[in-house]
Design a binder for this molecule. Structure first.
Ligand SMILES: [Zn+2]
Ligand SMILES: [Zn+2]
Length: 226
């Protein structure tokens, strides 16, 4: 029991999660979300699943969307994220999900530490001030707790809608345009939709931001249309 608690409060675990979170953040913002080339090679027999973008006049697979902020079309675009200053599309959606997941985890960690400080260190303060490394440490903890709660509410909402979107295989843009009630398409199992987003069926790899994503072959006839 003592060992287990020690593991949970070990700062190295916190630093480890922070590194995963930072790598996911940097890679999500610099990875190409799935920009289409000028002259895309349309696989034979899939022409009917492609369409012309009326903004940039280029052919694109259905489910692509033209991002007005980036000025080009993105394959299976989910949304444009101002926090990473990039589109979230087919090629970086998995990194965006990891970013949400690790931010959520870090927030819980920070909150746990803040509350430990309240309940463990606050009574000590009255007895021995030398226990505190920095002045105003409790004020910093209160600030951290406030920011933690704010982040927890925001990120939980975002992460929840993202997970529902993946399970139902619907992008945020498709959800907003309410297209999908009219379209009947085979409902895929959640393992399949997650595997497609992460580019692998190995569930442990879904949590690792240090790798290259290899797209699973998804026939376009599964795709729906905005
Ligand atoms: Zn376009
Ligand atoms: Zn964009």
């Amino acid at each position: 029991m003592g060992l287990r608690i020690h593991f949970v409060v070990d700062p190295h675990v916190f630093y480890g999660i922070a590194i995963f979170c930072l790598v996911a953040l940097v890679r999500a913002s610099i990875t190409d979300p799935g920009r289409l080339p000028e002259n895309p090679k349309i696989p034979h027999g899939e022409r009917e699943f492609w369409e012309l973008c009326n903004k940039c006049n280029l052919m694109r697979p259905k489910r692509s969307h033209h991002c007005s902020r980036c000025g080009h079309c993105v394959r299976r675009m989910d949304h444009h994220c101002p926090w990473i200053n990039n589109c979230v599309g087919e090629d970086n959606h998995w990194l965006f999900l990891q970013l949400c997941f690790y931010t959520e985890l870090l927030t819980c960690y920070a909150l746990m530490f803040s509350f430990c400080h309240y309940y463990y260190f606050l009574p000590l303060k009255k007895r021995n001030l030398d226990l505190f490394l920095v002045r105003h440490e409790l004020a910093i903890m209160r600030l951290a707790a406030f920011m933690g709660i704010t982040m927890l509410v925001g990120i939980t909402g975002l992460f929840y809608t993202q997970l529902i979107g993946i399970i139902t295989d619907t992008t945020s843009i498709e959800k907003m345009s309410n297209c999908c009630e009219e379209i009947s398409r085979p409902r895929k199992p959640w393992q399949q939709t997650f595997s497609e987003v992460f580019g692998t069926r190995w569930k442990i790899l879904w949590f690792i931001p240090f790798r290259q994503r290899q797209p699973l072959r998804v026939p376009y006839h599964f795709a729906n249309h905005v």
